[in-house]
Design a protein around this ligand. Sequence first.
Ligand code: NAP
Length: 277
Amino acid sequence: MMKYLVIGDPVGHSRSPGMQNAAFRHHGLGEPYGIRRVTPEELAAFVEEARGAFRGVNLTIPHKEAVLPLVDEVDPAARLAGSVNTLVIENGRIKGYSTDGYGLEMALEYNFKRPVAGAEFLFLGAGGAARATLFHLAERGAAALRIANRSPEKAEQLAAELRRSFPGVPVETGGLADRERLANWLRRSDFLIQATSLGLKDEDAPPIPLELLRPDLKLALFDTIYRETPLLLKARELGLPAAGGKEMLIRQGARSFELWTGREAPLEAMRNGFDKQ
Ligand code: NAP
């Protein structure tokens, strides 16, 4: 019986079933995690169905924001970020959480052994992934946030929300095309987080000119995409600490698993389940 699901549109690419079922198997709980395409038009009806039929749901593109008004309760951190990627369903009541920010924080610690508190961040992108994770990083004590986006006004809108919630954290914004500002920010930041969708397809151009990466930068690069993007390859070639998005996906899923089951997520089993798909 499927008791847990990942939903999205499209969703066929999702690695969540392999990774989550590995965790359930590890605890002797079978393989209760499935996958279903749910379109935006079907989302409200799906949430009502889930109330009686499922114990937990993960949501991916394009549902993370649209689901907020449809659930009974939203965790305060998810409310702040305006993003929900996990539903916990108990006795017909649905509570929404966001585990993406936690996933990124754990991935940075795992890959680079550097804490988030006190660190300065440069984000490329201001979409859903950036939004969900930036609020978490501000809450966890980031010292400065810089957001470069193709549409600078979208970065500025997100920055205004961040400043309202975290007046003590400096937030700057700019355009991806502003080379001089980017070069300056790259020199000053401890982490470069690639959170645009560029790099998902082979033919995608890198989000910033690759020559802006230099071997003397002190930053670590984390690309939220879990394939080898040109930006990631360039950083590696220069000897900069660099990692792709796999561990973030594992850790956000691990947090969902713990919220659903109250059991410790078996990270190694989940990594193996992720790789085997
Ligand atoms: P989204 O809400 O659609 O945002 C897309 C972002 O990419 C926006 O900042 C957008 O800029 C930018 N962008 C798109 N096409 C562009 C182009 N041609 N040139 C420059 N910028 C472009 O998507 P999302 O949900 O934030 O996802 C972003 C990425 O995060 C995806 O690659 C996804 O794989 C990754 N992600 C990874 C994890 C993980 O666990 N590893 C979790 C969530 C997401 P505009 O604002 O100007 O349109």
